[in-house]
Design a protein around this ligand. Structure first.
Ligand code: PAF
Length: 283
């Protein structure tokens, strides 16, 4: 597996692939890879001629009080996992290479980034949109793979790719869960045994809501109230029922929606969601 450490090297590798008419699938990550990330990498390998993953813990998407310094960085183990699923190149730039002195250019995606996680982490999507743009410019992929676990991030990246004519297909892959329902996340390693048990109320409440939606419940307020009741044992950041594409609040459920939750546990902030389309098959 090739490791590229700067944009010039990465672009040269990608240009060579494109020169041979190969399609490039790309999985951007911050490392600390779990089965969710690997499902993205497997799809990138399967659906393209060659696959690249990036490992970069992006400082601009963390606020000063957040977990940038303690974010897990098991680089060697991550490399072995990527190699194991057939990824051919890893882009691992340095923070100084990505953000040199006097760095001053940021990408802001309006509207879709403003509620939900954008409300509680106002710095977050500016950092994500900026770093993903920079990663796209270096990797030059045909397709890029993101997990539905970060559903608002997917919506932001899709909007950005469309608005800025990036010509990259954004592929959203289903959430991968632990056997008991907890959505996989690199931050789950922070959870104490007690918090790990309490964390289950997120997925449990979402699954109960999903059953009510399937039974024909149309009233968004009633669904949100049910989820809030189910999460009474944790500090709720938000419970939001929004249009799946625009992230705008919905009152009456008539089209595809996202039901998303975030909670601050003593040891970690967790998010989870389900998508539902009253007219179709659901993710
Ligand atoms: O989802 C993530 O891990 C990050 O937000 C991403 C997309 C790699 C950007 O740093």
């Amino acid at each position: 597996m090739k490791v590229l450490n700067c944009p010039e090297e990465m672009r040269a590798w990608s240009d060579a692939q494109r020169g041979r008419h190969k399609t490039i699938g790309f999985v951007p990550t911050m490392g600390a890879l779990h089965a969710g990330h690997l499902s993205l990498a497997e799809a990138a390998v399967r659906e393209n001629d060659t696959a690249v993953a990036s490992i970069f813990v992006n400082p601009t998407q963390f606020a000063p009080h957040e977990d940038f310094n303690r974010y897990p960085r098991p680089f060697e183990a991550d490399m072995a996992k990527l190699e194991g699923v057939g990824v051919e190149a890893v882009y691992a730039p340095s923070p100084a290479g990505m953000y040199p002195e006097e760095y001053s250019t940021y990408v802001i995606v309006e509207q879709v980034s403003e509620g939900l996680c954008g409300g509680s982490r106002p710095h977050f999507f500016r950092g994500v949109a900026t770093v993903v743009t920079k990663l796209f410019n270096a990797v030059k992929p045909h397709r890029a793979y993101f997990g539905q676990k970060d559903a608002q991030q997917c919506a932001v990246i899709k909007r950005m790719a469309r608005d800025l004519d990036m010509g990259i297909e954004i592929v959203e892959m289903p959430i991968v869960r632990e056997p008991d329902g907890l959505a996989m996340s690199s931050r789950n390693v922070y959870l104490t045994e007690e918090d790990r048990k309490r964390a289950l109320c997120l997925s449990r409440s979402l699954f109960e809501a999903e059953a009510r939606l399937r039974d024909g419940e149309h009233d968004a307020d009633s669904i949100v109230r049910g989820v809030r009741d189910g999460m009474a044992g944790v500090e709720i950041d938000y419970v939001a029922l929004v249009d799946a594409e625009t992230m705008r609040p919905v009152r009456e459920i008539t089209g595809p929606i996202l039901l998303a939750v975030a909670a601050q546990l003593p040891t970690a902030r967790l998010i989870d969601n389900i998508k539902f389309d009253p007219k179709g098959t659901n993710a």
